[in-house]
Design a protein around this ligand. Structure first.
Ligand SMILES: *[C@@H]1O[C@H](CO)[C@@H](O)[C@H](O)[C@H]1NC(C)=O
Ligand SMILES: *[C@@H]1O[C@H](CO)[C@@H](O)[C@H](O)[C@H]1NC(C)=O
Ligand SMILES: *[C@@H]1O[C@H](CO)[C@@H](O)[C@H](O)[C@H]1NC(C)=O
Ligand SMILES: *[C@@H]1O[C@H](CO)[C@@H](O)[C@H](O)[C@H]1NC(C)=O
Length: 509
């Protein structure tokens, strides 16, 4: 597979257009530490920037395999043929500047390319790099010291460690089909700590006729997630696609539309204030612009402002498809996404997050990673919000692709949650189901179960050493620890929160 990790930057200023493709070297010390003894392959370089740079920096990976080939006279022969590229993954980066001094007729356009780099990774090298990040970002070292009341170390105390919940939100969409369906509820609760309602909060669902709001299903689903302490995203307030806008709304204009819009936000958000961790405020605004066409160019900015006032503690998200899925959709490049976010920020929106729907056909791991690197420079939480693999892909292959996507998400430091788009209906799922309707796993379900297990600390048993201490490396989350020494026993729970230092626990018996 030839995969390219292109970081493209498009910026236009006083008739000079620059496109810059990535650069710069930056090695993580902890990376080196975690990989040092076992791995001598290339370390993935996640450095990226989103500003135009007037001059190129050094190429990533010292140019990778291009080190040897870029000795040709590029001006005379600007084509380089690379043969026999057979290694699994390639990341490509370069600095490119396009200058057009004239009238954009192409006559006086000059293109400069510098610091090009093409770095191959085998599948195993890619996986080891991911694992190093998981070890650093999703896990933490813990040292338990056991002593008696006088401070004497207790050597040989037995320790049992059990992870009882996970910090990282990993969940799935649910539909109203889960209400009263105990097998579905049990299946869901055994696996996931996060949810999103597939359709039940959408405007067409809550107000099918103007003025006749009906939140019955959303209320009942909220009871279910609340009763089970499931973190839930609010999806969505508005959807810019006219096809998914209630038909009565599409007939409104001007003041009447503005009134309907205001009453939608107020009604929805006063009812569900502080219930959802996120709100997708204006869904898919890179592809569609129903409201801006009708209400003017600042319509969405207004939605974000009103939503923020209505529920100040919820993180407001943009949510978009074909950003991370492909580089073939000109409506939703990573640069468009960044520009739109910056526009909202300039317009005064303060809290926001990046939703990437992640409806894949064939995923391209280096592309996913490169786009996450670049979005990550904004310092906002990124969630993969609707992960699935197209129904056009056969089920065993869906599982293979799903694993690639979930591993990219879980091993990218800026990704703060993974949501599958796998709400189950008697007639199936949107694109991909995890189980059949009897809750027997399909291949994608087996894959999810495998990853859920892999990303959880297994039960640990041990005894304290000569220093009265016992150490382990665990995934972030809640733990229960039982310590026994002779006839004494103690049982405590603690929260392993993120951090790069070892967490110390002092236990007295
Ligand atoms: C590509 O690999 C094949 C088979 O290993 C070899 O015969 C061929 O010469 C290689 N081509 C180039 C341009 O290196
Ligand atoms: C509201 O929605 C529920 C669930 O779909 C439905 O049973 C009920 O009849 C609706 N109420 C009204 C007044 O339409
Ligand atoms: C849109 O908002 C921006 C920033 O708040 C403001 O400068 C501009 O005048 C607004 N445009 C319209 C058409 O309201
Ligand atoms: C420790 O406490 C937890 C929660 O209170 C309980 O579920 C568990 O059974 C206890 N374990 C032991 C060995 O007492």
């Amino acid at each position: 597979m030839l995969a390219q990790d292109i970081h493209a930057y498009l910026h236009s200023k006083s008739r000079i257009m620059h496109i810059y493709l990535t650069p710069f070297i930056f090695l993580y010390a902890a990376f080196l530490f975690l990989l040092a003894n076992t791995y001598d392959g290339p370390l993935y370089d996640s450095s990226a920037y989103t500003e135009c740079k007037a001059y190129p920096e050094d190429p990533l990976y010292k140019g990778g395999i291009l080190q040897e080939v870029i000795t040709v006279d590029a001006a005379a022969q600007p084509t380089i043929m690379l043969h026999n590229l057979s290694i699994a993954f390639y990341t490509f980066s370069a600095w490119i500047m396009i200058e057009d001094e004239g009238d954009y007729n192409g006559k006086s356009t000059s293109i400069s390319v510098a610091s090009a780099s093409l770095q191959p990774f085998t599948e195993e090298q890619w996986r080891l790099n991911q694992q190093a990040i998981i070890n650093k970002e999703r896990k933490r070292f813990v040292t338990v010291h056991v002593s008696d009341m006088h401070g004497e170390r207790l050597v040989g105390a037995s320790i049992t460690v059990q992870q009882i919940s996970k910090d990282f939100p990993f969940g799935s969409a649910i539909a109203s089909t889960i209400l009263g369906n105990l097998p579905y509820q049990n299946w869901f609760l055994k696996r996931f700590n996060a949810a999103v309602f597939e359709n039940e909060l959408k405007w067409y669902a809550t107000e099918p006729k103007q003025g006749k709001t009906n939140y019955t299903l959303a209320d009942k689903m909220l009871e279910f997630v609340r009763a089970n302490q499931i973190t839930t995203r609010g999806h969505n307030i508005f959807w810019e696609a006219p096809n998914y806008t209630p038909s009565w709304v599409t007939k409104l204009d001007g003041f009447k539309l503005q009134q309907a819009v205001n009453s939608r936000i107020t009604s929805l958000m006063s009812r569900f204030r502080e219930e959802f961790i996120h709100w997708d405020v204006s869904n898919e605004m890179l592809h569609y612009n129903f409201y801006e066409q009708r209400l003017g160019p600042n319509a969405t900015l207004g939605f974000f402002k009103i939503a923020h006032r209505a529920d100040p503690l919820a993180t407001l998200f943009m949510n978009e498809f074909n950003v991370v899925e492909t580089c073939n959709d000109v409506s939703s490049t990573v640069d468009d996404y960044i520009q739109r976010l910056r526009g909202l920020q300039r317009g005064g929106v303060t809290m926001d997050g990046i939703g990437l729907e992640a409806h894949f056909t064939v995923p391209n791991p280096p592309l996913i990673r490169g786009i996450l690197d670049k979005l990550g420079t904004l310092g906002l939480p990124i969630w993969l919000t609707e992960v699935d693999i197209s129904h056009n892909i056969d089920k065993p292959t869906q599982a293979v692709y799903l694993e690639q996507v979930l591993r990219e998400g879980f091993s990218h430091p800026t990704v703060k949650g993974l949501m599958l788009w796998t709400a189950l209906h008697p007639e199936g799922c949107y694109q991909m189901c995890l189980t059949n309707t009897d809750f027997r796993n399909l291949p994608a379900g087996d894959m999810v179960d495998k990853l859920l297990e892999e990303w959880q600390t297994k039960n640990i048993q041990g005894v304290t050493d000569q220093l009265g201490s016992f150490s382990f490396h665990g995934f972030l989350g809640e733990y229960n620890i039982v310590v026994k020494y002779q006839n004494r026993i103690t049982n405590l729970s603690f929260s392993l929160t993120g951090g790069h230092e070892t967490r110390f626990l002092n236990i007295q018996l």
